[in-house]
Design a protein around this ligand. Structure first.
Ligand code: KIV
Ligand code: NA
Length: 265
């Protein structure tokens, strides 16, 4: 039983197979998804929001990503683990990007990294890939640029759609093993998917991509507050976990826990 590789994803596209990807930030959750057969786990910098309590992904550091990624790798045996390069760990240029990616591979053991941006990240992708580290591109809405772009659907204007398609082709040419498309119109995502030989991974990008990714906390109903329209909730973990905590608290204050079967004499 070997780990899924970046190459397997390209072969899956050739076979016309669609596949799921989920985020994961810790060993225990990652192990659940690995055993459920999710082939690719993303240690997203959405950890900033979901795991570390920040408002955006911007403050997340490479140290934090390394620690979280190492946990996910330790918790899994089959999934390809992909780590996001966090904001500030690759924007200075290819050398910085390769140094950061190398750290995630050596210290955390990830099988691939992901970088936001098309044109602006091509030199970084090229160097990382030439060093033997698979790299994914992330286009459309790129949350590390929230301060200039906000959170809205990308590629609606014809000119923007054109640029996105061009960025996707350039990423493939630079050696990227996949392209994440976040919050782009379905028709555009489908066109990009048809134009590339590497897989596209959609989030809020309609049904026409090769793969689908969701933030696990959104998918499992762990997130507090309103969810984006593109999320489907498959469980209500927040409510269940809250109920469990309340039941435990009641048992303790009422003396029902621990009972005889939980007690040593
Ligand atoms: O950080 C993240 O979770 C991501 C996915 C939404 C693609 O980049
Ligand atoms: Na991300």
């Amino acid at each position: 039983k070997r780990r899924v590789t970046a190459r397997d994803l390209i072969l899956a596209k050739e076979r016309g197979e669609k596949w799921p990807m989920l985020t994961a930030y810790d060993a225990m959750t990652a192990n659940v998804f690995d055993e459920a057969g999710i082939p690719v786990l993303l240690v997203g910098d959405s950890a900033g929001n979901c795991q570390l309590g920040y408002e955006t992904t911007v403050p997340v550091t490479l140290d934090q990503m390394t620690m979280l990624s190492a946990s996910v790798v330790r918790g899994t045996s089959r999934a390809l683990v992909v780590a996001d390069l966090p904001f500030g760990s690759y924007q200075e240029g290819p050398t910085q990007a390769l140094r950061s990616a190398t750290r995630l591979v050596k210290e955390a053991g990830v099988g691939a990294v992901k970088l936001e941006g098309g044109e602006r990240s091509l030199a970084q992708t090229e160097l990382i890939v030439s060093a033997g580290i698979p790299a994914m591109a992330h286009l459309g809405l790129t949350p590390q640029s929230v301060n200039t772009m906000g959170y809205r659907v990308q590629g609606r204007a014809e000119e923007d759609a054109h640029r996105l398609l061009h960025d996707a082709k350039s990423a493939q040419e630079a050696g990227a093993c996949a392209v994440v498309l976040e919050l782009v119109p379905a028709e555009l995502a489908a066109e990009v998917t048809r134009s590339l030989s590497i897989p596209t991974i959609g989030i809020g990008a309609g049904p026409g991509t090769d793969a689908q990714v969701l933030v696990w906390a959104d998918m499992a109903g762990m997130t507090d507050g309103r969810l984006p329209r593109f999320v489907k909730q498959y469980a209500q973990l927040r409510e269940q976990l809250g109920d469990a905590a309340k039941a435990f608290a009641e048992d303790v204050s009422g003396g029902a826990f621990p009972a005889e079967e939980h007690t040593f004499h």
